[in-house]
Design a binder for this molecule. Structure first.
Ligand SMILES: [Zn+2]
Length: 320
């Protein structure tokens, strides 16, 4: 199978990669996004794509796949709605096809990352698999009986917006209260620490630093034994366990893989998390879902986007 180009489009960064049919990245180019306007983003994607295309024969590239944040109309590649980019109804696939001169397929970034992890990462060989990316929000993708769930309106897998604390949770960016991602993403961990700050006047975690340096500073402080950070970490793990138990009730996957910045905590996260999930797992046999750390890191989105494009778009690629 020929190589394909995978593009990972985030709110502040874009990466283009040439990916072979074994899921290996052979070339990459990256750019920070200064401007989130549609025209500027199309140009930025065009620039990084030109940079990798300059080093290969264009005729050797099967297609270009873009993993973009938000809801995507799969037949056209139009971004119907993207809160991260503040876009609605933007014809990304058509504009990039014209700019790059290759066939371009666009799909949601988390679904692309799920294809990447399922085919080439921790999920390889499993037929029932869920990827959850714990970052600014919680992105997700569900593979059930070997098929990636897309949904009637391409919205399947948006597990970040099921409510786990509807009455006592944090406000979510989507407008609801206590969504899974408001409680248990990297941003959720920051919120847990800020909410607990009044109870820990001698904490080494200074709220202004927490907001500036993000969830990593809380994780590091928790690992170093800071009581405030540990209390926040415990609440975060409790809320993560609630969401994971719900995911198990919905699809009982063989593996739930956790990606994103918080997942770099590894066993410090998994060791307290697994028994909490077990306690909340009722109808599915306890322990029938393994909770693991994802393997492809930040490259999962680009690798999956390339694979999606090589297979002719997300609908053609569902049997991963
Ligand atoms: Zn929400």
């Amino acid at each position: 199978m020929p190589d394909a180009i995978g593009i990972d489009l985030g709110g502040s960064h874009v990466m283009a990669a040439v990916v072979d049919d074994a899921g290996k990245i052979t070339l990459r180019a990256e750019l920070d996004l200064e401007d989130q306007s549609f025209e500027a983003v199309v140009e930025a994607i065009g620039t990084v794509t030109d940079q990798v295309l300059a080093q290969v024969k264009k005729s050797d590239i099967a297609a270009v796949g873009v993993g973009a944040p938000g809801n995507v109309e799969l037949s056209t590649g139009t971004i119907a709605y993207s809160p991260n980019l503040h876009w609605a109804d933007k014809p990304l696939g058509a504009a990039l096809g014209k700019r790059i001169g290759l066939h371009v397929h666009v799909a949601n970034d988390a679904r692309c990352a799920t294809i990447g992890e399922h085919r080439f990462g921790i999920g390889a060989g499993s037929t029932d698999f869920v990827l959850l990316t714990l970052g600014t929000g919680i992105g997700g993708g569900i593979v059930s009986s070997g098929v990636l769930a897309i949904g009637h309106g391409a919205g399947a897998g948006e597990v970040g917006h099921h409510q786990i604390r509807a009455t006592d949770g944090f406000q979510c960016n989507c407008g609801k209260t206590g969504c899974f991602e408001a409680q248990a993403s990297g941003t959720g961990l920051i919120r847990q620490a800020l909410a607990l700050a009044p109870s820990f006047p001698r904490s080494t975690l200074v709220p202004s630093n927490v907001q500036k340096r993000g969830s990593k500073s809380i994780r590091k402080a928790a690992q170093a034994g800071d009581p405030h950070a540990l209390a926040a970490w415990e609440r975060f793990v409790d809320d993560l366990a609630r969401g994971l138990a719900n995911v198990i009730a919905f699809v009982n996957p063989e593996i739930i893989a956790l990606g994103g910045g918080v997942s770099s905590a590894g066993d410090f996260l998994l060791t307290p998390l697994r028994p909490k999930v077990d306690i909340l797992t009722t109808m599915a046999p306890r322990g029938s879902t393994r909770i693991e750390i994802a393997e492809l890191g930040n490259d999962a989105g680009a690798i999956g986007a390339a694979e999606m494009a090589r297979r002719g778009g997300l609908i053609a690629a569902v049997r991963t």
